[in-house]
Design a protein around this ligand. Structure first.
Ligand code: ZN
Length: 320
């Protein structure tokens, strides 16, 4: 093989030499070289364009596949919900349900909901002009709050203390939390309530402090508000203001390495709780990965979200 290779190399050298020798007298060889270099440059540029084009096409195909997968997940949920409808008789009152939330000043919310049985949800607002919501009595547990959807400052949940701790939750959520707490305890995991309900005023204070911190770092007002909201939700947009969520054990990233976190990942959906801000959904939720933050959405929805891997925004069809 090596000999053959050497021979090929020699042949190439000979061919090249022959080419140079056959140049007619008087022809400037530097002109030929320049032409050759230009041809090479053109070839390289062409290759670069082709590679870039292939890259763009692959990117588009990947994006399309992601959309298809997300759509399939939603369709799967729709099919399940339709199957439930067949066996569950629909009462006349149930058909009047307008959803978990509607704009506070409107009785006819615009809907972008995809799954038929999920409540109609108003269009999301922005950081500066959030949509103010009111909570539906029937599907209260699906109430979506984030930077674009906020409850009014006047909202007052019915609160009770949880598991003999100093933390409070919405009475209905507290009952589910106690059930989950006791089940985990039997398995050797202690789901200590760390931070439950927070008042609108307290949220406002915490959030403003964070905004000031980022402004001190040189951020503009707008940027500071946006950055702060990835860590501390603006007042009215936190699930802690609703009394639907509990920070369990602590509010620190090491929680993900505990047996309590492992237990929650395996069992929380059976008690109606979800990991609200997963690591791979930060672009959709707008919030950093929070392994300690567990939100109540009801057992049926929690199981569907767990199975599909969707977050609440996707489930309700308002993911940006
Ligand atoms: Zn939290």
């Amino acid at each position: 093989m090596i000999d053959l290779h050497k021979k090929n190399m020699q042949d190439n050298i000979e061919i090249e030499t022959a080419f140079v020798e056959k140049v007619p007298n008087g022809t400037d060889t530097s002109v030929l070289k320049a032409k050759e270099n230009n041809a090479k440059k053109f070839l390289c540029a062409s290759l670069a364009v082709i590679v870039a084009f292939v890259g763009i096409v692959c990117g588009l195909v990947n994006k399309r596949n992601e959309n298809i997968i997300a759509q399939q997940k939603i369709e799967k949920i729709e099919n399940k919900q339709n199957a439930v409808n067949v066996v569950a008789p629909v009462t006349p009152d149930a058909t009047k349900t307008v959803g978990a939330q509607a704009p506070a000043n409107s009785t006819k919310p615009e809907s972008t909901t995809k799954a038929p049985n999920t409540p109609k949800v108003a269009k999301p607002g922005t950081m500066d002009k959030p949509t103010t919501i009111k909570i539906d009595k029937d599907k209260w547990y699906l109430t979506l709050v984030n930077a674009g959807y906020r409850i009014p400052s006047s909202y007052e949940p019915d609160l009770v203390y949880v598991c003999n701790s100093g933390q409070r939750l919405d009475r209905r959520v507290a009952a589910a939390y106690e059930k989950m707490y006791n089940a985990a305890l039997k398995d050797g995991a202690t789901l200590t309530p760390c931070s439950g309900y927070r008042s609108y005023e307290r949220q406002e204070k915490n959030y403003n402090r964070k905004v000031d911190f980022y402004k001190g770092q040189g951020y503009s007002e707008q940027e500071a508000k946006k950055e702060a909201a990835t860590r501390i939700m603006p007042p009215g947009s936190s699930e802690h203001n609703l009394g639907y969520a509990m920070d369990i054990v602590c509010a620190d990233s090491w929680f993900k390495d505990t047996k309590e976190f492992k237990w929650l990942m395996e069992n929380a959906q059976d008690y109606g709780f979800i990991l609200r801000y997963p690591e791979d959904k930060q672009k959709i939720t707008g919030v950093i990965y929070e392994p300690w933050h567990w939100r109540y959405v009801g057992v049926e929805t929690a199981k569907q979200l767990k199975e599909s891997g969707l977050v609440l925004e996707e489930y309700l069809g308002v993911a940006k």
